[in-house]
Design a protein around this ligand. Structure first.
Ligand SMILES: Cc1ncc(COP(=O)(O)O)c(C=O)c1O
Length: 465
């Protein structure tokens, strides 16, 4: 008999607890959208059928994680839950000095504050800073410079590692500005800002070598390190027989430190950490900033039970069956959309599918916010909540207050972990196929009111007649 090893690509888990999703009528959705001023951030979650707003903190925990929470040690100092978490983080990252925080941006606030206090007016270079990372760099009066590879901007063209840093540009920046003016190089894995695309091991290794030669520390912003490791296993020569943990360990071995928004690949709803390989001035100052702003060294921004769930989630998030399912389900949604006539950033990333709205709606008037118009239409037609990455999000206005078109008009469908099944994805694909055939029904959007900063979160919008 020939043995068959079935590849489990979908849902390597059973469902033990359920949560209802809203099944709504067109009239109900229209009313909810109007009440929300055409801004889905204002729609109550219970009126959303499929919530693709974000993959951050929206995943489902396992029975192991819920079970571990019961043994959370809530001692203020020396909690065993902290030591368990520290040991798991050290196993994966090789970093012995662990600072627990409540979420990713707390780690960024601490680290960027420490860097700016030791060396003001510096440049921080990255394959692409995530919004909160950039905001924390700039809040500390430093410059955040993105140097992704050029393939990252070629949305329709597939390439395996669009999340890479541009090595030639990195060398040029170091030469032109001088290594002493660059405090840090950040490899964001996967590269969220550029479509959740992975960085290759070769690119991480080479970046590390260049930084080492120039005396610049390199850190990983590792919110989605496990998805990145799985992409390396699937796409990079020499890694097919390595485990995701072994690959992750190699990725981290090239860095002097890392921080994580654990709300992503660590499968928890809240949590994070900052970790250092050596006990340096940055490490010591970060400990001081932790106590000042988050909490004591052994819990920071988390309770003992949070640290238990996180320690378990970090291990589970590296499970190969889970990771195969995760990347496969994102790919399934992306390819389903492509087949339905919806152009996307190709190939799909790890955690999200991005619709290329400029290509989808080439004749849509730019001043009518094409991506936000599609976001609203997707809710109206199918109760699907997504987010605009375009003119509203980038929010630049001229001196007269007129909105200036952003370079990209994207709609992001971010996929919560272990939450939706294949039938939910099929439903989304069906709704999108209908939208693709009836594009003329999509109404433009105008801004009634918007705050000066971060407009997309709270802007009040209206439909254009
Ligand atoms: C790459 C990356 N870094 C940092 C953050 C910030 O983390 P948090 O939302 O936990 O503060 C995020 C959140 O989406 C992210 O994707």
């Amino acid at each position: 008999m020939k043995e068959i090893n079935w590849k489990t690509k979908f849902e390597p888990f059973k469902i033990k607890m359920t949560e209802p999703v809203a099944v709504t009528t067109y009239a109900q959705r229209l009313e909810a959208l109007k009440k929300a001023f055409y801004n889905p951030f204002n729609i109550p979650a219970e009126k959303v059928t499929i919530d693709f707003l974000t993959d951050s903190g929206t995943g489902a925990m396992s029975q192991t994680q819920w079970g571990a929470m019961m043994s959370g040690d809530e001692s203020y100092a020396g909690a065993k839950s902290f030591y368990r978490l520290r040991d798991v983080i050290t196993l994966i990252t090789g970093c012995k000095y662990v600072i627990p925080v409540h979420q990713g941006r707390a780690a960024e606030r601490i680290l960027m504050g420490v860097i700016a206090s030791t060396k003001p007016a510096q440049t921080i270079v990255s394959n692409a800073h995530f919004d909160t990372t950039r905001a924390n760099v700039e809040a500390n009066k430093m410059e955040a410079l993105d140097i992704p590879v050029k393939e990252a901007y070629e949305f329709g063209k597939a390439a395996p590692f669009k999340g890479n840093i541009d090595i030639a540009k990195l060398k040029k920046v170091i030469k032109e500005r001088g290594a002493k003016n660059i405090s840090l190089v950040i490899m964001t894995v996967t590269n969220n800002t550029m479509g959740g695309q992975p960085a290759s091991m070769a690119n991480i290794r080479e970046t590390s070598a260049i930084c080492k030669a120039a005396g610049i520390p390199m850190f990983l912003d590792c919110a989605r390190f496990a998805e990145n490791a799985c992409f390396i296993k699937q796409r990079e020569k020499g890694y097919a027989n390595k485990t995701p943990l072994q690959i992750a360990q190699e990725m981290f071995s090239y860095a002097q430190g890392a921080w994580m928004s654990s709300k992503k690949d660590a499968l928890v709803n809240m949590g994070g950490f900052l970790a250092f390989r050596e006990d340096t001035t940055w490490t010591q100052k970060s400990r001081e900033a932790l106590i000042l702003g988050e909490g004591f060294l052994n819990y920071g921004g988390m309770s003992g039970r949070d640290m238990e769930a996180l320690a378990s989630g970090l291990i589970e998030g590296l499970d190969e069956n889970y990771l195969n399912y995760r990347l496969e389900s994102t790919r399934y949604l992306g390819e389903g959309l492509l087949k339905a006539g919806v152009p996307i950033i190709n190939p799909p990333g790890g955690h999200a599918v991005y619709i290329d709205v400029k290509k989808f709606l080439p004749d849509f008037k730019q001043e009518n916010f094409p991506a936000q118009s599609l976001v609203c239409h997707m809710y109206k037609m199918g109760g699907i909540r997504t987010v605009e990455i375009g003119t509203l999000m980038f929010g630049k206005r001229d001196a007269k207050g007129k909105w200036m078109a952003a370079d990209m008009e994207l709609v992001r469908l971010a996929i919560p972990r272990r939450v939706y099944t294949k039938s939910h994805f099929d439903y989304v694909i069906e709704v999108m196929a209908h939208i693709a055939k009836n594009k003329k029904d999509i109404k433009g959007i105008a801004v009634s009111w918007a705050p000066q900063a971060l407009a997309h979160f709270s802007a009040k919008l209206r439909e254009v007649k």
